[in-house]
Design a protein around this ligand. Structure first.
Ligand code: ADP
Ligand code: MG
Length: 229
């Protein structure tokens, strides 16, 4: 079942001589539960694509459909709420709140949404990610790998159907990188979540079910079985 689709997606920055076609007619389709890696050189449009499909920014043209919802048809307010409930983001710099402890950071998005915390689920994520003994610690007392695991737990805590990750392990050494990604894979498959992850690391990309390759704002290879153009 298709969970996410971009249709003729374009994002242009600037104009005239300074026009940058960051995304130039991107058509991708991702099935529920898939783990997709997006690879490409620096400046190829990977982050722009992730921002568009996560509704962090609006496209110049084209559509993004998540779970049958045309997200750019929503008002900013509707989109913010939709995003909070359906999409979990993991970025390279963990963006943890330094004055909140690990547990408070993880449940923060749930509280911001005014929802009740599913203790059993949150405890399970904390356990799988190996953070049980760290819940009372402040982020500054954790290693990079631990901080990124907290950021992953936070992204998963609201039970989003899609996890979007932009070079999530880019700041970690390669052993920690593999461990953290392995955990992300285990948790997301356990809870049938879809992952779309940007990386420039081919080895890391190989951990995904499918690799989408992007160059100069265009998809040059979308992996197998997902031709939508
Ligand atoms: P990647 O993540 O693959 O390195 P980006 O999506 O960040 O690439 O950028 C794609 C292109 O769009 C680059 O040429 C970049 O300079 C340009 N770009 C990205 N964001 C902006 C912006 N806010 N304003 C102008 N140009 C931008
Ligand atoms: Mg980028």
């Amino acid at each position: 079942m298709k969970i996410l689709e971009s249709k003729n997606l374009k994002k242009y920055y600037g104009s005239g001589e300074n026009l940058v076609k960051a995304l130039d007619d991107v058509n991708i389709s991702v099935d529920k539960g898939e783990f997709v890696a997006i690879v490409g050189t620096s400046g190829s449009g990977k982050s722009t694509l992730l921002h568009m499909i996560g509704g962090l920014d609006r496209a110049s043209e084209g559509k993004v459909i998540i779970d049958k919802n045309d997200i750019f048809n929503m008002s900013d307010e509707e989109l913010t709420i939709f995003r909070r409930r359906n999409v979990g983001f993991v970025f390279q710099n963990y963006n943890l709140v330094s004055i909140l402890n690990v547990y408070e950071n993880i449940v923060l998005p749930i509280e911001l949404d005014g929802c009740k915390i599913d203790d059993e689920y949150v405890d399970e994520i904390i356990d799988i990610l190996g953070l049980t003994k760290k819940v009372d610690d402040l982020p500054n007392n954790l290693s990079g790998g631990q901080q990124q695991r907290v950021a992953i737990a936070r992204a998963l805590a609201t039970k989003p159907s899609i996890i979007l990750a932009d070079e999530p392990t880019g700041n970690l050494d390669s052993k920690t990188e593999q461990d953290v990604l392995g955990l992300l894979k285990v948790t997301s498959s356990k809870f049938s979540q879809t992952i779309i992850m940007i990386t420039h690391n081919e080895q890391i990309a190989q951990m995904a079910d499918r690799i989408i390759r992007i160059e100069d704002g265009k998809v040059v290879n979308r992996g197998e079985n997902h031709v939508t153009q």
